[in-house]
Design a protein around this ligand. Structure first.
Ligand code: AMP
Ligand code: ZN
Length: 112
């Protein structure tokens, strides 16, 4: 999508601090980190949020979770949190599916 921030990051039109990339997904550090380690993993296909995951794109989402597990191992993350906000009330500010991976500090539950 031409007016999507994360599509522009994937295309390289907007710079990012890349963690990982393959044919299906792209991972990069969050510009406003909420933990000592905070990166985002996004599909290269424009999907608005988890609410648009269906039988056609579910394999991509499954792949993203395999990538998250692999990156966490590679980065030595013993404990971490994976978050995806869906819609305005949950705090979604970029409408391209993304999974936050946060690690390196004590976390509370329930989240705010
Ligand atoms: P959310 O609020 O759940 O939609 O998450 C969007 C995330 O994207 C926020 O944590 C932002 O800090 C992050 N973000 C926004 N612009 C950029 C950017 N140019 N590079 C990296 N992260 C970004
Ligand atoms: Zn997009």
């Amino acid at each position: 999508m031409s007016d999507c921030l994360f599509c522009k990051i994937i295309s390289g039109d907007i710079p990012s601090n890349k963690v990982y990339e393959d044919d299906l997904c792209y991972a990069f550090y969050d510009i406003d980190p909420q933990a000592p380690t905070h990166f985002l993993v996004i599909p290269k296909e424009h999907i608005r949020s988890v609410s648009q995951v269906d039988e056609h794109n579910a394999a991509t989402v499954g792949h993203i979770f395999a990538v998250i597990a692999s990156l966490a191992k590679k980065l030595g993350l013993d404990s971490y949190r994976v978050v995806s906000n869906i819609g305005d009330q949950a705090g979604q500010s970029v409408h391209h599916l993304h999974f936050h991976v946060l690690s390196g500090r004590d976390m509370t539950w329930p989240p705010g």
